[in-house]
Design a protein around this ligand. Sequence first.
Ligand code: KE4
Length: 432
Amino acid sequence: MNFERSISAFARAKNVIAGGVNSSVRAFKAVGGTPIFMKSGSGAMISDIDGHEFIDYVLSWGPLILGHAHPAVVRSISAAAARGSSFGTPTEAESELAELICAMVPSVERVRFTSSGTEATRRAVRLARGYTRRDKIVKFAGCYHGAADPFLISAGSSALTLGVPNSPGVPKSVAADTIVIPYNNAQALENAFAEYGSQIACVIVEPCVGNMGLVLPHEGYLARLREISTRYKTVLIFDEVLSGFRVARGGMQERTGVVPDLTTLGKVIGGGLPVGAFGGRAEIMGYLTPDGPVFHAGTLSGNPLAMAAGIATLKIVRDDATLYERLEVLTKLLTDGLHEIFDKHDVPHQTAYAGSTFGYFFAAEPVSDLESAMKSDVGLYAKYFHAMLDRGIYLAPSQFEAGFVSSAHTTRDIERTLAAADSALSEIRAAV
Ligand code: KE4
């Protein structure tokens, strides 16, 4: 495929935008080559500025559960825009979206909107610290909660450790309050609480990890998090920015029955516009200003256009009784098909899916945490990514991301994708 317009667009972007992108993963550093500049999307398809069309499994990193440019979402945004883009006052649209979230997410009695998932996770952690009057937080190596200081902490070895910054600019003083432990490791969890329990304000976890690639919790692991958090009076935060309305209508907390104290949301609830949210028990949320002492504010929090996109999306999610069943059937068809094709080509692999999100590692052993995820063959992933791109399939430009299916994807799209995967691996194996 010829990407000459994207190549010149990237050169232009780098003259005025640091790194040529406004979010690092878009730069294709993990897979090589030039990032593709897109110009439009419709349903499951996305089109670039060189005139190529792709079946899209990134879907803007998860928000577009109904696919690109869904007519109801477009109509809702357009109508809202005609009434003005922002007022800086309360609007009834905020209450309408909040009511939809409270009705579908088990843990959420009260919610507060933000303009990104990062803002939501940051505010949830501040709220947990204010509510418990404790400073330390527990996160899990490989889980991503946005580009905020308290979360950009790498674990030391695989054991319990006080984090050290893995991005310049994160003060050691911030890292000192972040305890990083391996995911799916109950002993490490017990050790952390045995050592710091009375100081731990919250545990923040991706209940279904989408940021190592897709890594599912072991049976009983989330229940263990719930039990130990309750025991130590620590706030349990499910970061469902990615899994919310994605793995099930009510997220992982609906799928597993494990209910956190706070939940962070984003992506799907904005229908492709900038929305984040954090919510939970009314008692905890009551600690937020203006009623309580824990400060939260945001110029565009609850923005009317973003609310309109979210309302249109969540109304369809709410009313389409078979949506999640159809999404899971398609996602299983894709994942099972990839498993067969990787086997056919003798490619060591691990595949997984949950609702309409899926993942695979080119790894021989099961992946349950960051250490095992890092053993995957990222070089092979890069070759596979480009071979699929050449065949009209747009995948995440990194092994350590999840894939997404929308209600606009069809069985025919899945069949085309599997045929492309078979052809791509034949090409890659032949080149070895
Ligand atoms: P945003 O600030 O990017 O809206 O949300 C941060 C965030 C928080 N929590 C989870 C579980 C997330 O997955 C994310 C963001 N996800 C990444 C993709 N895995 C966004 C892609 C990007 O950074 O460009």
